[in-house]
Design a protein around this ligand. Structure first.
Ligand code: AMP
Length: 218
């Protein structure tokens, strides 16, 4: 399947993309993860992107589109993928459509994750990630066994600079203005599946798999 996960920051699409990619051996392409990796490695692209990310703004379309193009060309499983956090603007969606058409491919579904805004803020502000292996935790919903220490590798947990209160507000505004129009864009193209993203991640995963008509796993 070729799927896009759409939704506001903090809605849980990254967590679900990770779980679904593992369960169904799909390639997951997360533009947020790719950009954070570029920032950590201090590449020219990372240095350019960091200024936008720290302010909760979107990185310019051309940069992100180039990154996704490269990733799709490289991807070894090729035809099946989950796009997490891309596209985020109408021009990105148009470029994705052209890119897939040039390979005689198209999207199967766009999942629109939704949760109340108060939950988004709570999910983002409690999120922590390992500075070493990037595993993601939540102080309330999925805490590590020892506070601030990664269960997987023992690394220290930190808060993403764009998960601080001031930046969260900007990111939600940017979502409403630039990304939410994609709901209508994909609804008109009959690709949109609405998904209630509230509740525990296992429950959301089950709803997601049902909504996509995937086989029940035991
Ligand atoms: P995320 O981890 O998906 O919340 O992304 C973190 C940040 O990376 C966003 O706030 C943007 O600054 C940037 N970013 C991620 N994906 C995109 C995209 N498709 N277009 C533009 N900027 C993006």
């Amino acid at each position: 399947m070729r799927i896009v996960f759409l939704g506001a920051p903090g809605v849980g699409k990254g967590t679900q993309a990770e779980r679904m990619a593992a369960a169904f051996r799909h390639t997951k392409i997360s533009t947020g993860d790719l950009l954070r990796e570029a920032v950590r490695n201090r590449t020219p692209l990372g240095l350019e992107a960091k200024a936008y990310m720290d302010q909760g703004q979107l990185v310019p379309d051309a940069v992100v589109i180039g990154m996704v193009k490269e990733k799709l060309e490289q991807s070894t499983t090729g035809r099946d993928f989950i796009l997490d956090g891309f596209p985020r603007t109408v021009p990105q969606a148009e470029e994705l459509g052209k890119l897939l058409a040039s390979k005689s491919l198209s999207l199967d579904r766009v999942v629109n994750f939704a949760v109340p805004t108060t939950d988004l803020v709570r999910r983002m502000s409690g999120r922590r990630s390992c500075a070493k292996c990037q595993a993601v935790y939540h102080v309330e919903f999925s805490p590590p066994q020892t506070a601030d220490v990664c269960d997987r590798c023992g690394g220290g947990l930190t808060q993403r600079s764009d998960d601080k209160a001031e930046t969260i507000e900007a990111r939600l505004r940017v979502y409403d203005q630039q990304t939410a129009p994609l709901i209508q864009y994909y609804r008109e193209r009959k690709l949109l599946v609405d998904l209630d993203g509230a509740g525990a991640m296992e429950a959301v995963q089950l709803r997601l798999e049902q909504a996509l008509g995937l086989p029940v796993r035991t």
